[in-house]
Design a protein around this ligand. Structure first.
Ligand SMILES: Cc1ncc(COP(=O)(O)O)c(C=O)c1O
Length: 411
């Protein structure tokens, strides 16, 4: 008799973007011809840069020739894979971080590994996540069966690390003992970024408690101030307690191309393990359940990591989105809104006016200004009373949205 994984029935979220789409569709149906400006979704919109396009084309060409054709990514490292691993080693070296090829795992984007990494840890491990935060950590913890029941708006066995205006949306390490800590830095949705000191507090905590940090670095290339760390391994001893997961999605426009990487240091140890054990468990897991990332996308990644590729991503893509973020931030500040983020991440986190709930303000923005945002409550209980503006849209659309808010929103 087959039965389902009952943990799926404990999931609370998932309706967020569906509900946004439903309300937007209703509004458009009721107001035919009305232009709606979408600043909700965190998906990239700008085309890939010339260097990356050439890299991808090279990847296709290699597959067209029997001499350069490659199939499965070989665990021993076929040419494409090794070249990319070496490029990652070089990339980290520029941050004074030394990695070995076997510590880097190429993936098909960060989300898969952020969820799957849980499979190598014990089921009774206590998980801590920030609130509000990117929902994938929470949902994958629920599915894995590590949260307990959902009662009075909280999963009973989960530790929520509250992010609020008081702590600048960067949480403190948990007061109690936890085993797995998800950190999203810079944070989606608040745009907050942690200082070296703040990250060191988490590393110290993890070392003391033999906990592991899962560091989601998807937005680090948006950090505009050199004093903030761009990798958890910039913190001393972090290799003993942290796994870093990253991707080219937000940095180089790979949301559709799909390519990222996960670092599992050989030095990482947790309760009852020796150096190398966690790395070998992850290698075993990937060897069994993952057949490698698209090798065309890997050529694209090689191009993205080249000097020209990195320069283009920064100058063409990141600059474009961050200019949008500045327009949003400035426009809303002028109207007297309390705005956060938007400096080291392409998200602007906005306090709702007059104590409106996140969804109430969502409706008001849609109906009066025809602008779609994301209600903050969808990212966790602490997100209630805020909305997230995404800077990933078309610049003209962003400007139109700001003008419409200035002209039409009844404050
Ligand atoms: C914080 C964060 N991590 C990871 C991802 C997923 O990235 P990828 O496209 O690499 O799977 C997202 C996507 O929105 C994100 O916001």
């Amino acid at each position: 008799m087959a039965t389902i994984n009952e943990n799926y029935n404990k999931l609370q979220g998932g309706y967020l973007f569906g509900e946004i789409a439903r309300r937007t569709k209703n509004f458009i149906e009721k107001n035919p011809g009305m232009e709606v400006m979408r600043l909700g979704v965190g998906d990239t919109t700008r085309p890939l840069t010339p260097t990356i396009i050439r890299g991808l084309q090279k990847g296709v060409k290699r597959l067209a020739n029997v001499k350069t054709y490659i199939g499965y990514q070989d665990a021993e490292g076929k040419e494409g894979n090794i070249r990319l691993l070496n490029a990652f080693i070089g990339f980290y070296k520029t941050k004074s971080i030394n990695l070995k090829a076997k510590e880097i795992f190429i993936n098909d984007g960060a989300k898969t590994d952020l969820a799957n990494i849980q499979s190598i840890f014990g089921l009774d491990n206590i998980v801590a996540i920030a609130d509000p935060v990117y929902p994938a950590y929470l949902d994958s913890t629920v599915i894995a069966g590590r949260t307990g029941k959902f009662i009075d708006g909280k999963y009973q066995d989960l530790v929520y690390m509250e992010c609020n205006e008081k702590n600048g949306f960067i949480p403190d390490p948990p007061k109690q003992k936890v085993d797995i800590i998800y950190l999203c830095n810079p944070n989606n949705p608040t745009g907050a970024v942690a200082t070296k000191k703040q990250l060191k507090a988490f590393v110290d905590y993890a070392l003391k408690n033999k906990a592991v940090i899962i560091f989601d670095a998807a937005y680090v290339e948006y950090i505009s101030d050199k004093s903030f760390p761009k990798s958890i391994y910039e913190i001393k001893k972090a290799k003993k307690c942290a796994i870093e997961i990253n991707s080219f999605s937000k940095w180089s426009g790979f949301t559709g191309v799909r390519l990222g990487w996960t670092v599992v240091p050989m030095d990482l140890v947790i309760e009852g393990t020796k150096k190398g054990k966690i790395n070998s468990l992850w290698s075993r897991r990937q060897g069994t359940m993952f057949n490698g990332a698209c090798n065309i996308a890997q050529e694209g990644a090689l191009a993205a990591l080249s000097t020209a590729g990195q320069k283009e991503s920064k100058k063409i893509l990141i600059a474009y989105y961050m200019n949008n973020a500045a327009i949003i931030k400035k426009g809303l500040s002028k109207l007297g809104f309390k705005v956060f983020g938007g400096e080291h991440a392409p998200y602007v986190w906005v306090k709702t006016p007059s104590n409106l709930s996140s969804w109430e303000f969502f409706n008001k923005l849609l109906e009066e200004a025809h602008v779609v945002v994301t209600p903050g409550s969808g990212f966790g209980a602490q997100g209630e009373g805020y909305v997230r503006f995404s800077a990933f849209g078309d610049a003209r659309n962003v400007k139109k949205a700001m003008k419409s808010i200035q002209k039409n929103l009844k404050l």
